[in-house]
Design a protein around this ligand. Structure first.
Ligand SMILES: Cc1cc2nc3c(=O)[nH]c(=O)nc-3n(C[C@H](O)[C@H](O)[C@H](O)COP(=O)(O)O)c2cc1C
Length: 416
């Protein structure tokens, strides 16, 4: 099948108004990792039948379920993690209930909670969310329960900001690079000792155990955007001379160790996501071939989904930002590693998201800022693509039920 080249409004209109046969067929059948085989065949694979007996059209790809381990998402729409800097002592608040809850109410399949620090000194700011102590479990669990009530799933992104931590007493990093500091008033971070590395891995494990207690369906290790793990991976920031630096194996050792230990601490039936900066967008920095190589290792360590982001490592990065600009990264990792991927970055149109999935460039589509503009994005996308997506029962049931009863009783009075 040829790839759909553009995903503009014309495709939206076309998909909304033309017959099922006009929708690009599902290119599947090949069971890459277990979930494909269970998907309904695409329209092209269906035998021609009279309209009256024709089975219902399969839903658009964006609204097909996705199964990974014991978790089935009701659709492929993921809310990308977004820091709100609205926590006190790392605790989530009513703000987070309304903010994250609205995405579940709006129909997202998976809501990823913002980067939550595994240790207090791993926060970007003192207002970051945290998961370093048991008291933080309760407020998270309240929001997870709300999300579950709306048939969405919840994922916690666990993070350490590394050298990008600021406004906190102690910061850590892979090695010193003053130019990487974003503000003049930021403290010069210090190189981590081996003991501090071990303590940090332990903190990721403890955070994972707490995430399970809070009822999360998935965890995501934050290995992107120049934060701790990403700063170890990149040759731009990792100048260590011990076994956590130097070669590819050395630089990625921390990432592999964290993923391995988190996987061991996380229930077998629950999936593990890893978000990576797939490239620094800087010559001589971390790049896609290294990402592919690392993802092969992560797959061996039983990571389940790679969330493909980029950048955040260096002020010299040159990024051609535009619609779907990071999708080629998710596409390459998916094809070369044979692992499910999540695409993210400037995805805002239903047809654009559908194109990514139809052409198997990613398995999931994560959306950030568009969800801030429109928490009901999935409902709007369903309307654009002609799919069924249930509204929250509170919005539909009472009014229409009473209207129906009223009209029925009125017709009885009129005719009899
Ligand atoms: C307000 C805001 C906060 C963010 N916080 C996080 C975060 O906590 N963790 C993370 O991995 N990415 C974070 N990001 C990046 C987003 O998850 C996403 O990758 C990025 O915004 C690109 O997607 P978009 O174009 O759909 O917004 C944040 C982005 C925004 C706009």
């Amino acid at each position: 099948m040829r790839r759909v080249k553009s995903a503009g409004p014309a495709l939206v209109r076309q998909m909304a108004t033309t017959s099922a046969a006009a929708i690009p067929p599902y290119r599947g059948g090949e069971a890459l990792w277990g979930t494909r085989a269970s998907e309904p065949p695409g329209p092209a694979a269906l035998p021609k039948q009279p309209a009256s007996t024709r089975p219902p059209r399969p839903p658009p790809h964006l609204f097909r379920p996705f199964t990974v381990r014991g978790l089935t998402l009701k659709n492929r729409i993921v809310v990308s993690p977004m820091c709100m800097y609205s926590s006190t002592d790392g605790m989530l608040s009513d703000w987070h209930l309304v903010h994250l809850g609205s995405f579940a109410k709006g129909g997202a399949g998976l809501v990823v909670f913002e980067a939550s620090a595994v240790v207090p000194e791993g926060r970007i700011t003192q207002y970051d969310a945290g998961i370093w102590k048991d008291e933080q479990i309760g407020p998270m669990s309240r929001i997870v329960d709300f999300i579950h009530q709306h048939k969405s799933a919840a994922c916690l992104q666990i993070a350490h900001a590394g050298r990008k931590a600021r406004e906190v007493r102690r910061t850590l990093k892979a090695a010193g690079r003053p130019w990487a500091l974003r503000r003049d008033d930021m403290r010069q971070p210090k190189e981590m000792t081996k003991q501090e590395i071990q303590d940090t891995i332990r903190a990721f494990v403890d955070a994972t155990v707490r995430a399970d207690k809070a009822g999360f369906d998935a965890v995501e290790v934050h290995g992107a955007h120049g934060y701790l793990i990403s700063s170890f991976n990149s040759p731009l920031s990792n100048h260590r001379t011990d076994d956590y630096g130097g070669s590819f194996e050395g630089r990625t050792k921390l990432c592999r160790e964290i993923v391995k230990e988190v996987r061991n601490a996380w229930p077998r039936e629950k999936p593990l996501f890893v978000r990576l900066s797939c490239t620094d967008w800087v010559e001589g920095g971390w790049d896609l071939p290294q990402t592919v190589r690392l993802c092969r290792d992560l797959k061996e360590l039983c990571a389940d989904v790679i969330d493909c982001s980029s950048g955040g490592q260096s002020p010299s990065q040159k990024i051609a930002v535009g619609p779907s600009y990071q999708v080629p990264l998710a596409d390459a990792v998916r094809r070369e590693v044979t692992i499910p991927t999540c695409a993210v970055g400037e995805i805002s149109q239903a047809a654009q998201a559908e194109e990514i999935l139809v052409n198997q460039r990613a398995d999931l589509v994560a959306i950030g800022r568009q969800f801030l503009r429109d928490p009901f994005w999935p409902l709007h996308a369903a309307r654009d693509l002609g799919a069924d997506l249930h509204w929250a029962v509170q919005y539909v049931a009472p009014f229409y039920l009473f209207l129906f009863i009223y009209l029925v009783s009125l017709s009885f009075v009129t005719f009899y």
